[in-house]
Design a protein around this ligand. Structure first.
Ligand code: SF4
Length: 218
């Protein structure tokens, strides 16, 4: 490892431990790992042994680290709505199953240095399941989602996360074309519900957050 890589690694670690410490004070069970492979392995280890059903929210990160395939290989009943051709009713049913699963997997759109995080949603199912429903939530968060405070986090949601997600979803929104938010109010708007978690929601038994020293998701 070169001296420059060494310094980058040091910076990521000291920053990550500051965030992990803040998250733990807020009731989250937080960890830092360097790579997405370690994140996938840790997530699999954190799933309680009596788990039958796992719901997966709309998250590029969860797919990017290969967790979906690993869960199926282990025989879990995995529910997620990123399936081509679902009717409106089917999509609603699948999303409700995600909220009712034993474990919910997601990422977040911004994580502050003092341990709060923000999720944005168009339908609301991910926001709902991240706040209430499954007894265990596991959030996996790339280093690119770290922000200094909530104001910057809310800016990031609209001007970093949403433009890329809108483009991924081929939404007809200004941010998908311009790369920044114009506060549109058309029917294609993708950001309709925003959740800020200040502390672990009281009825969630285990709320794990794995911060990863790599860029993941949007
Ligand atoms: S309000 Fe419209 S333009 Fe702004 S981030 Fe949301 S979808 Fe994009």
């Amino acid at each position: 490892m070169s001296m420059f890589q060494d310094i980058r690694k040091w910076y990521r670690e000291v920053t990550a431990y500051r965030v992990v410490d803040s998250l733990r004070k807020r009731g989250f069970e937080a960890f830092y790992v360097e790579s997405k492979i370690e994140a996938k392995d840790l997530a699999l280890r954190l799933i309680p042994s009596n788990t039958v059903t796992i719901g997966v929210g709309g998250s590029v990160t969860i797919r990017e680290i290969g967790l979906l395939e690993a869960l199926s290989d282990k025989g879990y009943r995995v529910t997620h709505h990123w399936i081509e051709g679902l009717s409106g009713d089917e999509s609603r049913r699948v999303r409700l199953e995600e909220i009712n699963a034993d474990v919910f997997l997601t990422s977040v759109n911004a994580l502050t240095l003092d341990g709060r995080f923000i999720l944005v949603d168009g339908v609301g199912n991910r926001v709902a399941a991240s706040a209430f429903g499954p007894k265990t939530v596991i959030a996996i968060v790339g280093f690119n989602k770290l922000v200094p405070d909530l104001d910057y986090g809310l800016w990031r949601v609209k001007n970093v996360a949403m433009p890329m997600n809108a483009r991924r979803l081929k939404l007809d929104t200004p941010c998908a074309k311009l790369g920044y938010c114009t506060e549109c109010q058309g029917t294609s708007r993708g950001c309709r519900a925003t959740l800020i978690l200040d502390m672990k929601p009281s009825m969630t038994e285990h709320y794990y957050l794995i911060l990863v020293g790599e860029d993941l998701g949007f």
